[in-house]
Ligand binder design. Structure first.
Ligand SMILES: Cc1ncc(COP(=O)(O)O)c(C=O)c1O
Length: 407
């Protein structure tokens, strides 16, 4: 045997420039540790989840069963079965008064694929993408993957609500795209409809296109009302690609159905990308989504009422904890409290605090650093009120211990 046969061959694998440009989700480290503790039998309170705690409604599950029985199990059109597309268009008109036609709609594997396709079909290397901060972690990562440049707009001073002046001040000749996400993950804040229109006007005036991530569209609590970019006047709507999802509204995160609504000349290249990557969304999930869009909407109403009850309990309770301040979120199912009052020598930032909560209080929260906001944590109230109350009690005890150490 020669020496070269004895030694291990060099791995032919090295990451492409596209993959190495991306970072693994930073929320993952805390989640993996939480998983380890859970497997070891720890009594964790999970306030980290980014998905509904409710099961998928029964009528939706039954529609999927029927799809299997009826052998609706083959390829569909890449952009979605026509019956589902019609159901989505009807839902957007019925619930929001937003009227689109079939050629302006693409059915995607979750809202995430809608956003990915919209960005991939538009951006060239070096293009600037305006991303309000705090942001959903995927926006900058897709931007970097496409070798475009994320440009962050800090919204903290305005209570996390973006306005048109901030957008105007951030546009340069290289700006190609602005990403809006209202109701917002992680802050739960909602951009008022008038301001939303002014923001899109500010972008359109300078030839900047807009992605409106509306995955939490239905999650606006009274007296607020859901507002979609699909309700904008036609001349403004031409600048916007709406990215929607069945994941949160219908407790269907695992089914992977979302959609994009926008001008046909933007939808077409998105369809092209999808046709050479994932093709159609799972046929069975499409039938389930059709039922979600068209069937009875009682489950959605029930879930929204439950989320609101939890929010109404949670925010005042957080604000009673010394060292924590929390704005009232008008939507989504997240609270985003500021924890600066608890930071010091031992607990220096949101990651330290989240780790301390996990290890000492057995509560899972997501560090704000994951969203570009170091002095905050995200608390999801997609868990039972009882679990939320237990979690807050433990957070309160952990905070009291930190406060007494600092005193
Ligand atoms: C802001 C935001 N956009 C998009 C998504 C994507 O959701 P999905 O791909 O499940 O529709 C999520 C999921 O957490 C989200 O929080």
């Amino acid at each position: 045997m020669t020496g070269s046969q004895n030694s291990m061959p060099m791995s032919p694998f090295s990451q492409s420039c596209y993959a190495s440009n991306m970072e693994m989700s930073s929320t993952l480290a805390v989640l993996m540790e939480a998983e380890r503790l859970r497997a070891a039998g720890a009594d964790l309170v999970d306030l980290g989840a980014g998905e509904p705690d409710f099961p998928t409604p029964a009528n939706v599950k039954q529609a999927a069963e029927r799809a299997i029985e009826e052998n609706f199990t083959r390829y569909t059109a890449t952009g979605g079965a026509v019956s589902l597309k019609r159901a989505i268009l009807e839902m957007m008109e019925r619930d929001f008064g937003a009227i689109y036609n079939l050629s302006e709609l693409l059915v995607t594997a979750g809202g995430k694929q809608a956003i990915f396709n919209a960005m991939a079909s538009l951006l060239n290397p070096g293009d600037e993408v305006l991303i309000p901060r705090p942001y959903w972690v995927t926006f900058p990562e897709i931007t970097k993957f496409l070798r475009a440049v994320p440009v962050f707009i800090d919204t903290e001073e305005r209570g996390f609500v973006l306005d048109a002046d901030m957008v105007r001040d951030s546009i340069t000749p290289r700006t190609k795209l602005l990403i809006l996400n209202s109701p917002n993950n992680p802050t739960g804040r909602v951009i008022p409809p008038d301001e939303f229109r002014r923001i899109v006007e500010a972008a359109a005036e300078r030839g900047v296109l807009v992605i409106s991530d509306e995955c939490y569209l239905q999650f606006v609590y009274p007296p607020g009302r859901p507002f979609t970019a699909g309700q904008l006047p036609d001349d403004l709507r031409r600048s916007v690609m709406v990215c929607g999802s069945f994941s949160k509204a219908y407790a269907m995160t695992g089914w992977r159905v979302g959609f994009a609504l926008g001008r046909e000349d933007w939808i077409q290249p998105m369809l092209k990308i999808q046709s050479h990557s994932t093709s159609n969304v799972t046929s069975i999930s499409q039938r389930a989504a059709e039922e979600a869009a068209q069937g009875q909407q009682d489950s959605l109403k029930f879930m929204l009422q439950e989320y609101q009850k939890r929010r109404d309990w949670l925010i005042p309770a957080l604000n009673r904890i010394q060292g924590i301040e929390c704005l009232n979120p008008e939507g989504a199912f997240y609270a985003f409290p500021k924890i600066t009052g608890l930071l010091g020598e031992t607990v220096r930032n949101s990651t330290d605090f989240s780790r301390l909560l996990l290890e000492q209080a057995l509560v899972v929260v997501t560090p704000g650093s994951s969203f570009g906001a170091e002095d905050y944590v995200r608390i999801s109230y997609a868990n039972s009120l009882e679990a939320i109350q237990r979690g807050v009690e433990r957070i309160s005890e952990a905070a009291a211990a930190l406060n007494s150490r600092a005193a």
